[in-house]
Design a protein around this ligand. Structure first.
Ligand SMILES: Cc1cc2nc3c(=O)[nH]c(=O)nc-3n(C[C@H](O)[C@H](O)[C@H](O)COP(=O)(O)O)c2cc1C
Length: 304
């Protein structure tokens, strides 16, 4: 059975990728590394960040709101202390980067050259301090510029991660492709709120956080479908994937691979279980190459 997939010139043994923010090398022993196609690191920024005040995580009826605030040690300590531990795992490592200004992105990409990483994911769901805190990923033109500058600064494989807060998700994906992206991933979390009715205040340490988990899956799936049919580069689907059926839906909608986020926080063995479930499905359906499934959605004329 053939499970390997290709994201431009990056070949993965299977389509299961650990999403940014839910894995650390400290927890590697809990993860079935052999079942993981690639790992995306927690987002790293040019300077260290303490992150947001607590509470940072809140469970909702069908998901999780987080307001971690990109807590990280900054790119220099990341390269020195954390990256070597990721590299020891023997799995392709994609480094997630973000910044406060557009210029931060190419500078960080340059710092990551020659480190043996598989590529870079651009986290565009963070405030651009030069544009009044508007998220980089809201505006297609900004996404185009950042991708192009990163591609110019390094020869690394680059995948912008789109935010569902984008004004137009398809236009944003096309801008990333035009900028030279090797693949596109989507989606990051949906901006969300929760209110303590007695205290009349936010239940998080910040006013808003990002919603993930089962609640967002149907919307993420629709966005992945729309983007996959518009761009020529590979698409990586993400959002509320909890089991093999969910992952298969994204592949059939057009994703070449999937990222698993929140589900890993509940059960670190989930990547292996999802891969097993995909294998079993392929056996039942008589499919011997996973690529036959990608974008295999049948559309009736009236569906559109
Ligand atoms: C606790 C937590 C931390 C996250 N941190 C990051 C991050 O550092 N960078 C990033 O691009 N996405 C981050 N995300 C978003 C996930 O990578 C993913 O895009 C999102 O949660 C949707 O997928 P899911 O429903 O499978 O979790 C985080 C999500 C969670 C739940």
């Amino acid at each position: 059975m053939k499970l390997s997939i290709q994201l431009g010139n990056l070949v993965l043994e299977n389509p299961i990728i650990i999403a940014s923010g839910v894995f650390s090398p400290d927890s590697a022993s809990y993860f079935p590394i052999e079942a993981i196609g690639a790992i995306i690191t927690k987002t790293v920024t040019p300077r260290p960040r303490e992150g947001n005040p607590p509470p940072r995580l809140l469970e909702t009826a069908a998901g999780l709101i987080n307001s971690i605030g990109l807590q990280n040690v900054g790119i220099e300590r990341f390269i020195e202390e954390e990256l070597p531990r990721y590299m020891e795992l023997g799995v392709p490592i994609i480094v997630s980067i973000s910044g406060e200004t557009e210029a931060d992105f190419p500078l960080m990409a340059e710092r990551l050259r020659g480190k043996g990483i598989a590529g870079i994911e651009l986290n565009l769901s963070c405030p651009n301090v030069q544009r009044g805190g508007m998220h980089f990923g809201r505006d297609a033109e900004t996404v185009f510029r950042i991708v192009r500058e990163v591609k110019d600064a390094s020869s690394l494989w680059v995948m912008p991660k789109l935010t569902p807060q984008a004004r137009d998700i398809v236009e944003t994906a096309l801008a990333g492709e035009e900028g030279g992206a090797d693949a596109i991933s989507l989606v990051n979390t949906f901006l969300a709120m929760a209110i303590d009715i007695r205290a009349r205040s936010s239940r998080l340490g910040t006013l808003m956080g990002g919603l993930s988990g089962p609640a967002i899956k149907p919307i993420a799936l629709r966005m992945v479908y729309e983007v996959a049919r518009a761009v020529r580069i590979p698409v990586v689907g993400c959002g509320g994937i909890m089991n093999a059926e969910d992952a298969l839906e994204f592949l059939i909608a057009g994703a070449s691979a999937v990222e698993i986020g929140t589900a890993c926080l509940i059960n670190p063995s989930i990547p292996a279980e999802i891969l097993d479930g995909i294998r079993k499905f392929m056996e039942e359906e008589g499919i011997d190459d996973i690529r036959e499934l990608i974008g295999s959605l049948k559309i009736k004329p009236l569906d559109i």
